[in-house]
Design a protein around this ligand. Structure first.
Ligand code: NAD
Length: 481
């Protein structure tokens, strides 16, 4: 059964798109047609932004609601999402190839969790504070919502990354136009159904489709007050330039090429570390921004580390994303698989030693599959160690001592995630403190939604999640009394 939508969710209603063109969604695992949605044109963006503006500025608009009332509506939306968990996981995995075990425990669960977290935070943390003035009087410091937000998400974790924006945005009192990626729209339209069924007022969340041109039009729209973007560094740079010119607040969550630093005392027993190491280096078929795809191994145990990583990669079950047994699903699209395969060819061409994988898995004739691949003897300055591949391709890079490991970890344009593997947690902390990155784990890597997440250098500007994640959706106003 295919799923076809004929309208866009704007102003709390399903409205006719202004053009007749459509976007077709296909299965990454089978290449079959899954459904279609209308494409979005500029007049539709105008309508969505206008709806968000009305919902923001009306006398009884979203920001005028008490935090308690907003929180109740957000809890209601969370309930609506919970009621659609199974369908949500199915739609996400069918489209982008995310193993269903991951989408069921992430994409289908975390958005509701985030809505509840930020709803409760909005009630708990006052939006206004009276401060005694240093030279007398009182300063009232108000945290007001920034306004209409353009929330632009990528395809790899489409629901979670949209929720990173709308959950704190709603809590702050903002209204939003959400633009998902063209590869993952059926899940976005299911989110629209959940919003429609909830008590979130019309126009507070609008959901459009479209590709990068529509994204660019939305970013530059005269009535947008803030941009919250997750995606590639290349797109982030363009968006940053536009927002700089417009002096428009922007958060940019971009690419990564993180280091998993294996110290010389690390426990390499896959029975103990296999699952965490897999999650930290190959989660979601390698289509994850924060994973440590550069494995830094001490020369004293280099062969052992290569063998361990190779054993892990070759033990993985590769298959249809909807099969609960699959640990690695397909790449999101044909174009993306070609890109990943291009990097594998480049790795071979640049002299790295292919240890396992490198091809297409046997027996999987349909779908955009790539074998989990491990390269050894990789030079950290080579292309496969410097550029984000966004597939199940790991590079094992030798280092001489801890200083050398830290130097190599930091020898990257990116700084998003990372991990340190050691039996001495204190030593792990000391190394983690020296890595230039926004987040890093010791013997594991998994974001904590209660703590800030984001990158340094070309991995982005600003942070999402945690109490800090609400700040970019607020502006401060001081009233001297
Ligand atoms: P992408 O940059 O191609 O697209 C992301 C979104 O931005 C899509 O909705 C796209 O339509 C839109 N877009 C593209 N160009 C635009 C422009 N100039 N103006 C406005 N909108 C534009 O990225 P992708 O291929 O969908 O996602 C993969 C990338 O996202 C990877 O680089 C990955 O590392 C990154 N990512 C980062 C994080 C993080 O938290 N830092 C999380 C997940 C993914």
């Amino acid at each position: 059964m295919t799923i076809d939508y004929n309208s866009l969710f704007i102003g709390g209603e399903w409205v006719q798109p202004s053009s007749g063109t459509r976007i077709t969604l296909t299965s990454a695992s089978t290449q079959e047609r899954l459904g279609s949605v209308p494409d979005t044109s500029e007049p539709d963006v105008d309508a969505a932004v206008a709806a968000a503006r009305r919902a923001f500025s009306a006398p009884d608009g979203w920001p005028s609601w008490s935090a308690e009332r907003r929180a109740a509506a957000m809890h209601g939306l969370a309930d609506q999402l919970d009621a659609r968990r199974e369908e949500m996981a199915h739609r996400v995995s069918s489209q982008n190839g995310m193993p269903i075990s991951l989408s069921s425990n992430g994409e289908a669960i975390f958005p509701a969790m985030l809505l509840r977290y930020y709803a409760d935070l909005a009630v708990r943390v006052p939006f206004e504070e009276d401060r005694p003035g240093l030279a007398g009087g009182t300063s009232v410091v108000r945290r007001e919502p920034v306004g209409v937000v353009a929330a632009i998400a990528p395809w790899n974790f489409p629901q979670v990354l949209a929720a990173f924006k709308y959950a704190p945005g709603l809590a702050a009192g903002c209204t939003l136009v959400v633009k998902p990626s063209p590869e993952t729209l059926l899940d976005a339209f299911l989110l629209a159904e959940a919003v429609e069924a909830s008590d979130i007022p019309p126009g507070v969340i609008n959901i459009i489709s479209g590709g990068r041109e529509i994204g660019a039009y939305l970013v530059e729209h005269r009535d947008v007050d803030k941009v919250a973007f997750t995606g590639s560094t290349a797109a982030g740079r363009m968006i940053g330039e536009v927002c700089g010119r417009l002096l428009r607040p922007v958060t940019l969550e971009l690419g990564g090429k993180s280091a998993a630093i294996v110290l010389d005392d690390a426990d390499l027993d896959l029975a103990k570390i296999g699952q965490s190491f897999f999650a930290a280096t190959m989660l979601n078929n390698g289509q994850t921004c924060f994973i440590g795809t550069r494995i830094l191994a001490p020369r004293s145990r280099y062969g052992e580390v290569v063998d361990t990583v190779a054993a892990l990669a070759s033990s993985l079950t590769v298959g249809d994303a909807l099969d609960p047994a699959s640990q690695i699903g397909p790449m999101v699209s044909q174009v993306h698989r070609e890109r990943v395969e291009g990097y594998i060819a480049k790795g071979k061409g640049e002299g790295a030693r292919l240890v396992v994988g490198g091809g297409r898995p046997k027996g999987l004739d349909r779908g955009w599959f790539v074998e989990p691949t491990v390269f050894a003897d990789v030079d950290n300055l080579s292309t496969i160690a410097q550029e984000e591949i966004f597939g199940p391709v790991l590079s094992v890079i030798p280092y001489t001592d801890v200083d050398d490991a830290v130097r190599i970890a930091n020898e990257s344009q990116y700084g998003l995630g990372g991990s340190v593997w050691t039996t001495d947690p204190q030593r792990g902390r000391e190394v983690a403190d020296r890595v230039q990155t926004g987040t890093i784990g010791i013997n594991r890597y998994m974001p904590d939604f209660g703590a800030p997440m984001g990158g340094v250098k070309a991995s982005g500007i600003g942070r999402e999640l945690g109490p800090e994640g609400i700040v970019p959706f607020q502006q401060l106003k001081t009233i001297f009394c």
